[in-house]
Ligand binder design. Sequence first.
Ligand code: WT7
Length: 636
Amino acid sequence: MSNYHIKHLEEYYQVYRESIKDPENFWEEIAEEHFLWRKRWDKVLSWDFKKPDVKWFEGAQLNITENCIDRHLQIRSDKVAIIFEPNNPDEEAEHITYKQLHERVCAFANVLKSKGIQKGDRVCVYLPMIPDLTVSMLACARIGAIHSIVFAGFSSTALSTRLNDSDCKMVITSDGAYRGAKTLDLKTIVDEALETSPCVESVLLVKRIHSDIKVKEGRDEWVQPLLDRVSLDCPPEIMDAEDPLFILYTSGSTGMPKGMVHSTAGYMVYTAYTFKNIFQYRENDVYWCTADIGWITGHSYIVYGALANGATTLMFEGVPSYPDFGRFWQVVEKHKVNQLYTAPTAIRALAKENLSFIEKYDLSSLKVLGTVGEPINVEAWDWYNDNVGKKNCPIVDTWWQTETGGIMIAPIPYVTPTIPTYATLPLPGIQPALMDESGQELKGNQVEGRLCIKFPWPSMARTVWGNHQRYKDIYFSTFEDKYFTGDGALKDAVGFYRITGRVDDVIIVSGHNLGTAPIENAINEHPAVAESAIVGFPHDIKGKALYGFVILKEVGESRIHDNVRKEINQIIAEHIGPIAKLDKIQFTQGLPKTRSGKIMRRILRKIAENNFEDMGDISTLLNPEVVQDIKDNCIE
Ligand code: WT7
């Protein structure tokens, strides 16, 4: 028996040691015993971080939906796979069994085929958190089409950029979305995006809010009548282990968002294994991850990892504040949720509200509480522990990235001791390394450096879509023969890891990864703007919020300034999405620059934090005099 499910700390250390000594054997045993293969692999792993080239389970054949659905039909046919909790608490929840999920995925897959979608084609899914989102992504996987899910909060420009980058042939969207008291007009956003995305041939429409939308003849089609006409059976396309399963875009510090490509077998094995261990999932548990499926957290831990374990996974369409701040707790009580996985930004927002919102509900079903997306501060950790877990549920602070596909460093609940703000220990198979600036690995404990991973793991992204060089440059060129995460971390006296935050120009706002470059490019589109720089500053709820320093072409009056501020945020909302709007905008005459012309963000960050002591060495600046001026006019 492989050590699929770890139950004690000694067992963890033992399994971890084995997984490092012989990673091939470790993953091979897990792959062998827990999944359905159409053909066995010839080789467990081949890799070269110089190229970089990583292959897991080469030669194997499988279909991930067979693993996530079909194989459960014998024993879990009537078990609920998906609980759908709608935005409006008065609308009835939907319970979709494995058998029903099988039929819905097969039917949707047959519709995709009837519309000419073939293995390897890219299909964009731009849907709210409704069952059709999960069904359509699995339908793509069923026939070997590569899904590219775009979070339905992104603007038309952001959507169009992503459609074009991966040459999507189809978009699946809806007549709109419910979001708290509001509705979102997704179809109009898609229509706008398609004006600049000629690669898209067809649009499938899911009915959700029954709004009156334009249906473009020859391009758009309602999916329901098509679903009614097709067979409820669709044999799975047999895929190679390394065939791409999906593309998911993530922002970086420079340039276009990167289309991270995840492949099939390794991703399946790793997300399933980590789901089982991190959430200690047992057969009749109800598991709820509050993320949107548009992010990697939803891909790996609402859909693939959960379904591969035959779990019951809850999808929530709404927001934590609707109809009031008790909604999360009402959902936990209603569906007797056993594992809750959410983000620090949600915890902080809820912690601000009156405790009566939480005390009304019975949360005794909860066994494990998870967090992800950014470092969790001690206050939020304590609040989560005291008021949600009632000091009885381990908190698993899970560190990972879109690029890693699955959770990398996290406590195993009821196994690893938890410490606020610590992601604690690497999971079996994960070999972290902390590096100093000169590229040396800092060995031993009580060290702090840049976090790298020095050995491949099954769910690592294989490339950036259409740009392998970029993949190499961003992740494998900073430190030789290592994957560089972009994060800093420290290891305490006993070897527990604490993630200290990004060391590059990525800013995490409410758990959303935002690169500085795309936002600055958007700001610079404003006709009055000459140049701009944005940095993050601490924010009670969002973790970090954005502060923009903007140089105008001509100095104007304050009335005009206020208009420009509004317009800048409008442009950002159009180009990226409302999540990237700036909280503070300071107009300035200059930006601190090095002699090579690089903006010194370190200084701007201090000013944005209103921390004027210890500005560090500014003597290397080309224009040290601007610093005083920026300080004098900074926004508190
Ligand atoms: C970045 C990745 C992985 C799903 C959500 C975010 C930060 C993530 C933690 C954590 C401290 C964290 C890192 C990472 N991050 N989880 N538990 N503690 N920081 O995915 O959008 O790809 O962002 O989020 O900075 O690099 P993502």
